[in-house]
Ligand binder design. Structure first.
Ligand code: DX5
Ligand code: ZN
Length: 217
């Protein structure tokens, strides 16, 4: 199956966001990945609701909103109102993950859980049936353009096994350092959605780069 591609606008030109969102619209991307960082959960601050809302105004693809923030429950309704289709929270930022996921679903969004590189996929064993997507962080969250962590392949394989064993329909997303070089093995390991920021936006022809990732198999 061809992967879903989610370009990360963290690597876009924020002074030309409309242009870059329109580039994604014209490509074979399935989602627009939007990274929200609070400077507390991660050592960086990226964008908040006004920017997400502005992206949504021009987006023709669903917004895949990745919340790298503490206590995300406080903002779920606001991100839904800004146009999020997927809301992904961090396992490490939620004390009551089951409740948080239920709230995201009540808002009629797809509920995602992101795992930092040090968090084992087995921590999701008792909740996998309630998760629409798991985002495997293949870098430490906080910045674009970092080096892909090779151990991620093994995590994806173990997560895929867990999903198959439990008969759940959870999708596997990979986020961080994704390129045409590691994409084939990521898909082989079980990934469904590839997030890519710098690899797309620093390339000469970003639309072509998205389409190459999409048609890699
Ligand atoms: C990292 C973010 C990623 C980032 C990916 O904290 O969650 O979505 O934008 O960027 P690249 O593809 O450049 O590693
Ligand atoms: Zn992300």
């Amino acid at each position: 199956m061809r992967p879903f591609i989610a370009p990360s606008v963290l690597a876009a030109d924020f002074a030309n966001l409309q242009r870059d969102v329109e580039m994604i619209n014209e490509s074979e991307a399935s989602f627009i990945h939007v990274d929200v960082m609070d400077g507390v959960f991660v050592p960086n601050i990226s964008m908040g609701m006004p920017i997400v809302e502005a992206i949504h105004r021009y987006a023709k693809k669903p917004l895949d909103v990745h919340l790298m923030i503490v206590d995300p429950d406080r903002y779920l309704v606001r991100f839904k109102d800004c146009g999020a289709a997927h809301i992904t929270v961090h396992y490490e930022a939620c004390n009551h993950l089951h409740r948080t996921l239920a709230e995201i679903k009540r808002l009629e969004c797809k509920a995602g859980v992101a795992l930092n590189p040090h968090t084992p996929v087995e921590f999701l064993t008792d909740i996998i049936q309630d998760v629409d997507l798991v985002c495997i962080m293949s870098v430490n969250p906080g910045f674009g353009g970092q080096k892909f962590i090779e151990h991620s392949y093994k995590k994806i394989e173990r997560l895929k096994k867990l999903i198959v064993e439990t008969g759940s329909s959870t999708q596997i997303e990979v986020d961080g350092g994704v390129s045409l070089e590691n994409a084939p093995l990521l898909l082989q390991s079980g990934a469904d959605i590839l997030v890519a920021g710098n690899f797309i936006f620093t390339s000469k022809n970003p639309i072509e780069t998205v389409n190459k990732l999409k048609n890699i198999a």
